[in-house]
Design a protein around this ligand. Structure first.
Ligand SMILES: *Cc1c(COP(=O)(O)O)cnc(C)c1O
Length: 451
């Protein structure tokens, strides 16, 4: 029996889906970090091209994908949807498990779905250079590939601990022609301040963002690019869910439960937002679950409030689930899930009761990932393994109740550059860590006071 559902190129989506058109209540606007008044398009113009700013504030349900972007998408899209019968058997569950696999992109994750259009729109506006931050290196590698395809320069601030621990993603970024600086660095005012406060700082995404934003703000030919969190990134990733909706229909099914891991929220938004739209507009009843690490629980323990996107307080204030912009994560292996905040669109969806959130510790995640690798072959990224832990939980509930539910999850990337993490798990050396409640209360005190 075929368990692989492929689309032809002419079935690929030609527009991105914008859940803002269907939210039953509007989102809170971003605020200017100085005035605390709603930030308008002009406030964002030093950092982003106007086309992306307009997508950021758009209420249109569909946003057309430029032809040049569609052409590059076709290098790896449509991505496959699979059924996982061997894993179902190992889990001894009546549930049917499907997964959308984003690891087939050249960078090995879903991130090129947004790095390509972001580079494209900047290039269209005459920008020649981008800056960005990267944690584990997945975003830096995806954007370096996109910039190379459009003949643009890229400077990547890479969280120092990952720069040291993940040399091969650094090598990928170099191979695709971009420059990498470990953050915090002495190349920016923000970085020098972080180093003055703590010369041994191992860095964080929030610090690296401050450095990248500062360089973009100071140079007219340079813009900044963010790989998750912002509305336009969520829209771009909906190619995942739009394709999956067609593919699971080809399989003769519709999901009862949809699961994605959530760091900044983009791959989760990608798989789920088209289905949330169907829940709202067509009365479908799919349960939608965002899964995060217990060590970085912005959705399950964070506060829904305005906060900065970075440690240096340079970014606009976003209303989101946050652990506080000063958050420095524990050294868990899911490097891509260690951001202090969560996408405002995902946070808003949780606040409206449109989605649920769960958190798992890393041993449970790696256990699920190893079982998956041994039954279905693919070795998941440590980030993606959080979605798998939730699938195991849902499949177990089906076993208890005897219900044959249909589960769809997003396998956001492969783990080929994270094998040291698997070595640690297999050797029994991984620590489980849950973020303490008192730290959440401490962070509350550092949140900006917004009237
Ligand atoms: C970056 C990354 C994530 C986390 O980012 P989101 O914006 O939450 O999707 C998850 N999985 C993989 C493979 C990643 O590279």
């Amino acid at each position: 029996m075929a368990n692989k559902y492929l689309l032809s190129e002419d079935q690929m989506p030609t527009s991105w889906y914008n859940l803002n058109a269907d939210f039953p209540a509007p989102m809170a606007p971003p605020l200017h970090p100085g005035t605390l008044q709603p930030a308008g398009p002009a406030d964002l113009a030093p950092l982003f091209p106007m086309a992306l700013i307009m997508q950021e504030v758009s209420q249109d349900r569909y946003i057309e994908i430029p032809e040049e972007v569609q052409d590059i998408y076709k290098m790896w899209m449509p991505t496959p949807l699979y059924r996982a019968p061997r894993w179902e058997k190992a889990l001894d569950t009546p549930a049917k498990i499907y997964f959308k696999y984003e690891g087939v992109s050249p960078a090995g994750s879903h991130k090129p779905n947004t790095s390509v259009p972001q580079a494209y729109y900047n290039k269209q506006e005459g920008i020649t250079k981008l800056t960005t931050e990267t944690g584990a290196g997945q975003w830096g590698s995806a954007l370096s590939m996109a910039c190379q395809l459009f003949g643009m320069e890229l400077l990547v601030y890479m969280v120092k601990i990952s720069y040291q621990q993940k040399p091969y993603r650094r090598s990928m970024i170099h191979t695709w022609g971009a420059e990498v600086i470990p953050s915090p660095s002495d190349t920016t005012n923000a970085g020098r301040a972080f180093l003055a406060a703590d010369p041994d700082s191992t860095g964080s995404l929030g610090m690296a963002i401050s450095e990248a934003v500062e360089v973009a703000a100071m140079n007219d030919d340079t813009h900044y690019s963010l790989g998750s969190v912002l509305n336009h990134v969520m829209h771009h990733q909906t190619v995942i869910g739009q394709e999956a909706m067609k593919q699971i229909a080809d399989a003769g099914d519709y999901p009862d439960i949809i699961i994605g891991c959530a760091g900044g929220g983009s791959n989760f938004a990608g798989i789920s937002f088209p289905f949330i739209g169907a829940n709202i507009r067509e009365g479908k009843k799919a349960r939608i679950i965002a899964v995060e690490p217990a060590a970085c629980p912005s959705l399950t323990k964070g506060i829904f409030a305005y906060d900065f996107g970075d440690v240096g307080k340079l970014t606009p204030l976003l209303k989101m689930h946050t652990l506080g912009h000063d958050f420095v994560p524990a050294g868990i292996h899911a490097g891509g899930l260690r951001y202090h905040g969560m996408a405002p669109m995902v946070s808003h969806a949780l606040d409206l009761g449109l989605i649920e959130a769960e958190a798992y510790t890393q041993n449970a995640c790696f256990q699920a990932a190893v079982q998956f690798a041994r039954t279905e072959g693919i070795i998941p990224a440590p980030e993606s393994s959080h979605a798998l832990a939730s699938v195991v939980n849902a499949a177990e509930q089906c076993k208890q109740s005897g219900e044959a539910k249909t589960i769809l999850f997003n396998l956001s990337g492969h783990g080929h550059f994270d094998m040291a993490a698997y070595d640690n798990y297999l050797a029994g050396n991984l620590q489980d860590y849950a973020y303490p409640e008192e730290k959440v209360r401490e962070a509350q005190a550092s949140l900006p006071q917004v009237g």
